[in-house]
Design a protein around this ligand. Sequence first.
Ligand SMILES: *Cc1c(COP(=O)(O)O)cnc(C)c1O
Length: 437
Amino acid sequence: MVDNSCGTFLFNFYIKRGIGMNKKIVPFTEKQIRDMIKQYPTPFHIYDEKAIVQNVRKLIKAFAWAPSFKEYFAVKATPNPYIMRVLQNEGVGADCSSLAELILCEKVGITGKDIVFSSNDTPKIEYQKAMEMGALINLDDISMIAYLEEMGPLPDAICVRYNPGPLLQEGNAIIGKPEEAKYGLTREQIFAAFQELQQKGVSHFGLHTMVVSNELNVSGLIHTAKMMFELAVEVKEKLSIAVDFIDFGGGIGLPYRPEESFVDYDELSAGIKRYFEEIMRPHGLDKVKLAFECGRAITGPYGYLVTTAIHHKHIWKEYIGVDACMANLMRPGMYGAYHHITVLGKETQPLDHVYDVTGSLCENCDKFAIDRALPKIDEGDILVIHDTGAHGHSMGFNYNGKLRSAELLWHEDGTVTCIRRAETVDDLFATLDFSQL
Ligand SMILES: *Cc1c(COP(=O)(O)O)cnc(C)c1O
């Protein structure tokens, strides 16, 4: 077995210095993982608590200059109460878009203005719950004003989501062109909505947008902030409304590929600060609270899907079959997304085999990697699939009767907590009543 302590040292070395490296090092040793597997059979997702905490602290510190800066963690990325509690302890709020996510927040003790409710196509019951909890509601359409009023008096503060459409030059692959995205209000609608809300007694206003997803280009992220600052100024000039709150949404990217680099929070912050000083301050908008709703960037890099190679198949191509499948991680099958793979104990071996790494679904897209150069893999080898800490377990599903895995939390002292047990067949059948058969 290869001793990974050097890798761990390098990992800590770079993380501590905040260098935007991306070496795809696994922070635990093969022995540690094999010990865990005795108690928690593969597949499972494991999250590195310390790395998550250090990362979110770094983000918050980078924006220390911004008035009441707040990160609202996008719950959908990793809807686990233990992860939410870790983040809550760091002063992070929650971004929800469904009833279950609101209830999860309630159970963790995240309520009121620590929640932004950024939903779309929203059922009444969800708005009711959000209002009951005192969450800051972010409207996805102008028609939602009347819809919300049917449930009682409008809250004192309301946020609206902006879709710049063709006014934004740069789109990107996951959300695509804003004019083809279902979210938000047009520019004219933003003004009409604020006017209507003001007439109806709302006194605090927020602006929200999310036009990028998995964006690694800092200038693209800074550009979004500039666009929002200009909109806030125009709102002030045209309507005499000074917004209280600007939320840039999520979308900070994750360097899934080893050759990509982490977004430098300090660079991002400096770029946003420059436009804040230039655009907002001269218009007396220097008290506006700034926020992000990042999910992926917060937990994504610090989660790992651990799976065992169970089959090797040689036909027209070489296949390694593992005990995880697309039910545990959709991104490769759904988006063709790259997720780095480390074969534990073989970190230093040559990448002289080319494999498709597959799951067991009766779907040919159920592959974690296609034509990937890897060391020779034997049955029983443990594969660590990187960057599964966000939009990993949470996107899981039960097609083909596949069960969703456990989630483990890896603490700084080397101990592990099972923060969600693996599903059983009984869980899968819980909604069936066989007695009526
Ligand atoms: C999905 C989503 C987020 C989080 O996106 P990440 O890519 O995880 O940062 C934030 N806000 C809204 C409204 C979303 O839909």
